[in-house]
Design a protein around this ligand. Structure first.
Ligand SMILES: [Zn+2]
Length: 695
């Protein structure tokens, strides 16, 4: 049995070396510091701690282990990051992983062969001529057609299937699995017929699916027949998940990072035209409303998102982006792990009735100006409703406030929410308190929001099924790759569905609050399984651990087994609840402690700089205060530092700011200590001591 690839990779690779390849780092005590590659900054707040195999940015809040760094940097998911780092460390992946990889690779090859086939038909055969003429007529150059591998699927039943079977040895099962063919009564036939083909790729540039669009008119003959929907995408396949894909993300990511802004358009041709014109930070959605996963994908590259959809002021006609979609998007932004601020999401205002590709082609300056100054999404929404409900009338005011209220309730950040409450009140001409009062009224119950409905029956994981399965990775060993707090917390949560429901209801534990990537991935998978179980309303059946584990990556599955194997017997509800709370507090204490260490070191540096500026006028005594890492700041004695550490020039403001933040964190820590103590006292009466010891 092996310890698992995750543990071996971490043991063999040096996190400072891996991160140091793309981020210049300098040593600072036991840590390394550099400029954060994920947000723009001029003074380093990106810290790598080799002892813990972790990194954290105190500027933007991102952090994690070597896997999450590579995921963030490359825009790839965990299995892909594991594969790359394992290859680099010379670690062999579990047999099941390699089998799975081989299968995915085979499917990808079949899909790439289809992309090449369709491209050849478009550019090299008479079947493709009408489509090629159409694309040229829309203003696309032959170079664009070649670069983006556009294609044409002939309007016939099986040219692709035939070609891939004979030339590539593809099986019907493979053609069907990868979404290229559909099974009928007499075998499989091509899914895409009589359509322009747009290859869809993941951030690493691998083909994952296809988008197909019918020609406006004419095309490959066969007029009058029902040609199906205007756009047809690949179905969900092992390679393709529409809700996590964006057209041209592979080509846009560098520009998104450089410009700090991701621009989303609606149509494939809009995105293509933007790239052809040199606006490369543009991606297209896949014909559905944006999902949290897509928002998250974008914010890996850019902190700000501009929506250049055909936002329809009337919101009536089909296929346009109206208020409902905007509200849904705001909810998704709030749900996404990225926690991008709502002010960073804006709507691009284009000249009425114009599609992005027209504007880009005919009027570059207008496009540049519009994309450069998008209207913040909440302002846009308020304006949108104000145009429909006249705030000069009593009825209009009421309707306006009521229309925006559901969206305001979605905003998690109280400061942000408050700002929008005020602007809505101003716009509607009502008192701020009136809006607040309306917000406090209970919202009409929506399915899935009632925590009491989630606790029963769902997610009833049974340990026996998991332990019964024989595996090659030693679960207990694999679980060692998690931090002790994570081991205890996830062990508890796997066994106590009520605790999971409570955490989900209060949104207490976003995956990124955990420390290691395997723990985050596991927690995310558990939460998704719970949501699915709730949606299926399995009040009687419940989810068992077995199918859940079977669906997991083998590395994660081994960790789950390890967590379940080492688990103490199920605790009473009350004790489980306290144990979970202890873990959550310890996680927060860890975070606060790390930030305090960072800020104290910053303060020491700022004070040292200040003294240098002051030309050595400062007393020698204060220098030691700084060098000691600001230890004097602990507790109530912190006032002494301000007096004891004279800081000159612009350093004063910096140091004052640091001292304020340090004090706030010290208060937070004292508070957490109190909560931890209170919880422990109560726990001890039932003789439970948290595993893993104090932080
Ligand atoms: Zn950062």
């Amino acid at each position: 049995m092996s310890t698992g690839a995750v543990a071996s990779v971490k043991a063999k690779l040096d996190i400072v070396e891996i991160i140091g390849e793309s981020v210049p780092l300098r040593k600072a005590g036991t840590t390394w510091k550099g400029l954060c590659p994920f947000h723009g900054e001029k003074t380093p707040s990106f810290v790598v701690t080799p002892a813990r195999e972790s990194w954290h940015c105190f500027g933007c809040g991102l952090g994690g282990d070597v896997f999450s760094f590579v995921m963030q940097r490359e825009g790839i998911d965990f299995p892909e990051a594991l594969k790359r780092l394992a290859a680099r460390a010379g670690v062999e992946l579990d047999e099941r992983t390699s089998r799975e990889d081989a299968r995915r690779k085979r499917l990808r090859d079949v899909l790439e062969a289809a992309v090449a086939f369709y491209h050849r038909v478009l550019t090299d055969t008479r079947h493709g001529q009408p489509a090629l003429d159409y694309l040229r007529g829309r203003g696309f150059t032959d170079e664009t057609v070649a670069t983006f591998q556009l294609g044409w699927a002939p309007d016939a039943w099986e040219p692709l299937s035939k070609a891939l079977r004979t030339k590539r040895g593809a099986t019907d099962e493979e053609l069907e699995t990868v979404g290229l063919a559909v099974r009928g009564r007499r075998g499989v036939y091509d899914r895409f017929r009589g359509r322009i083909i747009f290859p869809i790729r993941d951030a690493s540039g691998h083909a994952t699916g296809l988008g197909g669009r019918i020609l406006e008119q004419g095309g490959d003959g066969a007029s009058g027949r029902d040609r199906g929907p205007k756009y047809l995408n690949s179905p969900a396949t092992p390679l393709f998940d529409k809700s996590r894909s964006l057209y041209l993300v592979d080509r846009a990511r560098t520009a998104m990072r450089r410009t700090g802004r991701a621009v989303i358009v609606e149509g494939y041709t809009d995105a293509l035209m933007a790239h052809q014109a040199g606006f490369e930070n543009v991606v297209a959605g896949l014909g559905t409303a944006l999902t949290a996963a897509q928002v998250e994908l974008l914010t890996r590259y850019a902190p700000s998102i501009a929506l250049a959809y055909d936002v329809d002021p009337a919101g009536q006609s089909a296929g346009t982006f109206g208020a409902t979609e905007l509200t849904a998007l705001i909810a998704e932004v709030q749900r996404s792990r990225a926690r991008v601020g709502l002010t960073e999401v804006g709507v691009v205002r284009l000249p009425e009735g114009k599609d992005p590709d027209e504007v880009i082609r005919d009027d570059r300056a207008t496009w540049e100006a519009a994309v450069g100054a998008p209207q913040p999404i909440m302002d846009y929404l308020v304006e949108y409703f104000a145009a429909r409900h006249d705030p000069r009338t009593v009825q209009g005011r009421k309707r306006l406030v009521e229309a925006v209220a559901p969206t305001l309730r979605q905003i998690g950040d109280p400061v942000e929410r408050d700002a929008y409450v005020q602007s809505l009140a101003r716009r509607a001409g009502v008192d701020v308190r009136t809006v607040q009062e309306l917000l406090q009224r209970p919202e009409t119950a929506r399915p899935g929001t009632d925590p009491s409905a989630t606790g029963h029956g769902t997610g009833r994981f049974t340990a026996d099924a998991v332990l019964a399965s024989r595996e090659t990775i030693d679960g207990t060993e694999a679980a060692q790759t998690l931090d002790p707090i994570e081991r205890e917390l996830l062990g508890l949560l796997l066994r106590h569905v009520d605790e999971r429901a409570a955490i989900a209801a209060a949104d207490e534990l976003p995956p990124e609050a955990l420390l290691t990537t395997p723990a985050r991935e596991l927690w995310r998978a558990v939460r998704e399984a719970d949501v699915a179980a709730r949606a299926a309303d399995s009040a009687a059946a419940g989810t068992t651990l077995e199918p859940f584990v079977r669906g997991l990556d083998p590395e994660l599955a081994a960790i789950v087994r390890g967590l379940v194997e080492r688990a103490a017997p199920r605790l009473s509800d009350d004790r489980a609840s306290r144990a979970v709370e202890q873990c959550l507090i310890r996680l927060q204490l860890r975070r606060v402690g790390d930030e305090l260490d960072f800020l104290r070191a910053e303060l020491a540096e700022a004070q040292a700089r200040g003294r240098a500026v002051a030309g050595g006028a400062a007393s020698g005594g204060s220098a030691e205060t700084g060098a000691a890492g600001g230890a004097a700041l602990d507790g109530a004695a912190s006032g002494g530092v301000v007096a004891g550490g004279p800081v000159a020039g612009g350093g004063i403001a910096v140091a004052d700011n640091l001292i304020d933040r340090i004090r706030a964190l010290e208060r937070e820590r004292a508070d957490l200590d109190r909560r931890a103590a209170a919880s422990t006292v109560l726990t001890r009466t039932t003789s439970r001591t948290p595993v893993g010891g104090p932080v």
